[in-house]
Design a protein. Structure first.
Length: 154
């Protein structure tokens, strides 16, 4: 299962992982299976994990005051699941991450991810690229709660 992550890291970084780095990644990333409609993260929880989708898909969404769902992004194979804002600030997330099909993930705790960032340059480079891609267009990645409030006032 880890081979998919190794391949992803090497393609994105354009560098080859050493045997030592592969062993470290295997040690830190734990396989996890989630069923369709099962949550990886729920609104109000603090995001304590980062996951790599080996097989399956997900959606990250929020629910407005009227009970309407607003999808922020989809996660497909070879993509990451997390709420970086909640991970970094330890604040409760305002998002839900739900699996759209039976999925296989490689999961790492935020603490272990920070440790791995310091020990594996390829992981560091790749994760920075992912985070940069999320924040490149923040207006596309966050739900506008002001818009929701304006709609309920009318």
């Amino acid at each position: 299962m880890h081979e998919a992550l190794f391949q992803y890291l090497e393609v994105k970084s354009e560098q080859k992982l050493t045997d030592e780095e592969q062993q470290l990644i295997k040690l830190k990333f734990q396989p996890k299976r989630l069923r369709k409609r099962q949550y990886f993260l729920q609104e109000g929880d603090v995001c304590k994990y980062l996951a790599f989708i080996v097989k399956g898909s997900s959606r990250m969404f929020t629910v407005d005051n009227n009970g309407h769902e607003h999808i922020v992004r989809f996660g497909l194979e070879s993509w990451w699941l997390s709420d970086p804002e909640s991970c970094n600030t330890l604040a409760p997330t305002r998002y839900n991450i739900e699996m759209l099909e039976d999925s296989e993930l490689l999961v790492i705790s935020v603490a272990d991810a920070y440790e791995l960032l310091n020990k594996c340059r390829i992981f560091d480079l790749t994760l920075r690229l992912w985070i940069k891609s999320i924040y490149r267009h923040p207006e596309k990645n966050s739900y506008d709660y002001q818009y929701d409030r304006r709609r309920t006032v009318r």
